[in-house]
Structure formats: C-alpha cells, structure tokens
Write a protein that binds this ligand. Sequence first.
Ligand code: NAP
Length: 248
Amino acid sequence: MTRLTGKVALVTGASRGIGAAIARRLAAEGAAVVVNYHRSPEAAEQVVAAITGCGGQAVAVQADVSRLDQATELVKAAQKQFGRLDILVNNAGTTRDNVIMMMKEEDWDIVLATNLKSAWNCAKVASRIMLKQNGGRIINITSVAGIAGNAGQSNYAAAKAGMIGLTKSLAKELGPRGITVNAVAPGFVPTDLTQSLIEQMKETILEHTPLRRLGMPEDVAAVVAFLASDEAGFITGQVIAVDGGMVL
Ligand code: NAP
C-alpha cells in the first residue's frame, strides 16, 4: 500500500513493542519515519534496518520525550531530516503500577510525564510545523485504562484519560487549520510493558474480551495507519478502542 507516500512521520517510543510496529507499518505504506527511542539504541537501529531493508526510509533519533527541551529537539530533528512533518504518533509510555497507598510520588510523576506530558510536548512543537504546512495528523496512543480505569494503575489511567482530554481539545483547536487529532486505545497487547501482567491475568483478560484473544502490535498499527491516511480526513477528536471489545 502507498497511502502515505511522500509523508513524513515521527513515532515516539518506536524502539520496541507497539511503537516499533507502528513505525514499520507507516513505512510500509510509504512514509519516511523518524524512530524515536529513549534507552534502547540497538533496538531502534533494528527497526530502522528492518524498514530500510524493505526499501523504506527511516532514521533513529534519541530523546526523552517527557522533557520539553528534548522533545523540541526531536521534532525539529525530524523536520530537518526529511524536510517536513505530516504525522506525529505519541506512543512513548511506561507504567509504575501499585495500589495508591503504596505508590510513590515519583511513580506518579514519571508516569504522568512519560505518557501525558510527552504528548503535549511533542504536539506543541509539531503543531507549529503542521500549521505552516496547512495540515497534519496527530495520533495519541492512550489505553482502555484511560477509558475504564484500572485498579493498581491510578497514575497510568489518569495519564491515559488525560491524553483523551488532550486529544479532544487539540482536535477542536487545530481542526480549523486542517490538523486532525485522534486517539487509539489498545486493550492488552503482549509487549515488555505488559508481559508480567498478562501472564498473571491471561484467563481473566480473555474472559472479558468478546473476541477471545489478546491484541497484537500490528492490530494497533493498522488503525494508526488508517488515521494517518487521507482516507481518515473527516475524523477528528475520536478515541478508537482496539481491544477486541473489552470496554464495551
Ligand atoms: P513497551 O514495549 O514498554 O515500549 C515502550 C516504548 O516507549 C519503548 O520504545 C521506549 O523506548 C519508549 N519510551 C519510554 N519512555 C520514553 C521516554 N521518556 N522518551 C522516549 N521514549 C520512551 O510498551 P508498549 O506496550 O509497546 O506500549 C506503547 C504504548 O502503548 C504506550 O503508550 C502504552 O501505554 C500503550 N498501551 C500499551 C498496551 C499494551 O497492552 N501493551 C495497552 C494499552 C496502551 P526505549 O526502549 O528506547 O527506552
């Protein structure tokens, strides 16, 4: 498919898991992709190699997107590398789960900064570029936890619910200038982030999932690619759950 030929995409947290699948899918659809990573340079280079090995265009750029200064440099580097920026996927995320009585203040701060502030940081800088280009796509990876809440994840669920508010507000703010802003809410997808949780709760998860399977990173990537394409040009401010029906 060549739905994204000529487009430039930045995917945060694309060295592993869902972000890596999104980077590969956007590249397979023709986009030049900036693969952001934080602490996994080798993994990021593997994603780049997989893309370029298939004839695509990609480059890895290190940045801690929870910090505005580094997020700013990242977005500018993306634009400089490929000459424009059409698609921003705010995917970087982390968890520090615990019941509220045991949760440290640091666990709240890190999870809010990595999942929520990072998206605001990157959108703040990318929207300026997209406004000058008279259009763009911002796609935020939230979670079913942000829709339904989850015991032991008060920090993560608050951050992911915050991303939904951010998505809807930016959709209203940037829509008149041709920029769509949507969120994708995955259910349980086996990655480094969820491995131990899924091992402990697999039966319960499947019981609560009408489609009776876990999600795959590629399930999420397919929806992101659609939202990034011209075909989704009249969709903004939406939260699309990719969860096998879990939050119905
Ligand atoms: P993962 O496998 O743990 O990967 C997380 C990615 O985020 C890594 O590439 C990591 O980069 C990057 N990252 C973490 N902190 C960062 C920072 N400060 N700056 C830049 N990059 C950073 O997680 P995942 O499961 O693929 O999750 C991806 C997104 O989907 C997250 O937003 C997560 O909340 C969301 N989600 C996941 C699930 C699920 O079941 N897996 C469900 C719902 C939502 P390095 O390795 O380079 O440090």
